[in-house]
Design a protein around this ligand. Structure first.
Ligand code: SF4
Ligand code: SF4
Ligand code: SF4
Length: 253
């Protein structure tokens, strides 16, 4: 019997769903599962009993908590799809809206991180799920696979002045770590698994895959405390809350 899948969206940009739809294994996925709820593709409007629920997006409105609880009660496994669902995501930067990860309200069985999740990782996770196997995420940090890591002898006394290089060039001939040039890169505290896609495009890592451990913000703050951030960067909350707000600052609770 085919496993039943439910794919739902809370507050999001729909980029994670878009990534699923664009996967090269999506056709195979459709053949191997029974989709019981997926408003992007099928007309079913009622939340159905399911084996696996994938939830995209963060919780930013009270009524979404009821939806989440209903999904939890009807699903054998609930997986947070993407960084919004896993950690709160980019909405954490808002001063107007709340942004909580779904695990603040329901028990979950795993996360597929990334903004959006890297296609290869996402495809592998979907196959694991439809075969009823546990998800496997990389347990090391981004630097472990970074093509620039050869020069990763961090001089923590160097001052970090910038978030981006002056010129962004996909064919950048960069040969050394961004941190060595005084450009902030969150690779040391970010989970591996995206194949260094920003680094390959000439940009430092902003941390969208989240932490290797549990807590996003404290990992980042510990790391930043080892660097000498310029005065301007120290004032910029976006470094700390780009993808997750610390629990104490979430207002829905
Ligand atoms: S994790 Fe990123 S791509 Fe996915 S819904 Fe959130 S903002 Fe969009
Ligand atoms: S800090 Fe960034 S640029 Fe440097 S090795 Fe790590 S991921 Fe690569
Ligand atoms: S390099 Fe960093 S910000 Fe870019 S996709 Fe990978 S984890 Fe996300």
């Amino acid at each position: 019997m085919k496993p039943k899948f439910l794919i739902a969206t809370l507050s999001s940009c729909s980029g994670c769903i878009g990534t699923i739809l664009a996967l090269d294994i999506f056709e195979e996925f459709l053949e191997r599962v029974e989709l019981v709820y997926f408003p992007f593709l099928i007309d079913e409007t009622e939340i159905q009993d399911t084996d696996i629920a994938l939830i995209e997006g963060c919780v930013s409105e009270g009524k979404q908590v009821d939806v989440l609880k209903e999904i939890r009660s009807k699903s054998k496994k609930v997986i947070a799809l993407g960084t919004c669902a896993s950690f709160g995501g980019i909405l954490s930067l808002s001063t107007e809206k709340d942004a909580s990860p779904i695990a603040d309200y329901i028990e979950i069985d795993g996360i597929i991180p990334g903004c959006p999740p890297p296609p290869k990782l996402l495809g592998n996770c979907l196959i694991k799920l439809l075969e009823n196997k546990d998800l496997e995420l990389p347990e090391n940090n981004l630097c472990a696979n970074c093509p620039l890591r050869g020069e990763l002898e961090l001089k923590f006394r160097d001052q970090i002045n910038d978030l981006f290089p002056e010129e962004i060039n996909q064919n950048d001939e960069r040969t050394h770590c961004f941190l060595r040039d005084g450009i902030l890169c969150l690779g040391p505290v970010t989970r591996n698994g995206c194949e260094c896609r920003c680094i390959e495009f000439g940009m430092p890592c902003e941390g969208c895959m989240g932490p290797v451990g549990e807590d996003f913000t404290s990992n980042t703050i510990n790391f930043l405390s080892m660097l000498r951030l310029s005065k301007e960067l120290r004032k910029y909350e976006g470094i700390f809350f780009r993808f997750a707000k610390p629990k104490i600052r979430r207002r829905l609770e």
